[in-house]
Design a protein around this ligand. Structure first.
Ligand code: ZN
Length: 134
């Protein structure tokens, strides 16, 4: 199977990145509104308990900080950190990031959630949803 079928967002974002920064920004904005990203965000909020993984605060504006962009569009929990806006601003871009360890208390649930997320993706190997016979 081709990569673009398996991880369409990842493929689209990497492709856009190689061709134009503006195209990438537009693709990234679209990705942020996608059901896939919303699902990922909800999963992240759940395993972190909705608190910042750097300072432990629970604020109105929470961000997903990418430790790197190699897996953008097909992120896993270990590729990102859940941060409040002040911490995200402080940490900055992935290039000058500091190491933000996951909270030990959340490790167990994070592992379980990670396993669940891994089990979900990729959706269906054929790309065609099969209906159960009944
Ligand atoms: Zn914080």
């Amino acid at each position: 199977m081709k990569d673009e079928q398996k991880d369409p967002w990842h493929h689209a974002l990497r492709h856009a990145w190689e061709h134009s920064r503006d195209g990438y920004r537009a693709a990234y904005r679209a990705y942020c509104k996608s059901p896939e990203y919303r699902r990922f965000r909800a999963q992240l909020r759940k395993v972190t308990g909705g608190v910042c993984q750097r300072c432990g605060a629970k604020r109105r504006e929470m961000h997903i900080h990418h430790l790197h962009y190699l897996t953008v569009g097909k992120e896993r929990l270990h590729d990102v950190r859940y941060l409040c806006k002040p911490c995200h601003d402080a940490v900055g871009e992935p290039g000058n990031r500091e190491v933000i360890p996951p909270c030990p208390a959340q490790k167990e649930s994070a592992r379980a959630a990670h396993a669940a997320l891994e089990a979900q993706a990729p959706p269906k190997p054929t790309g065609v949803r099969r209906r159960p016979m009944c």
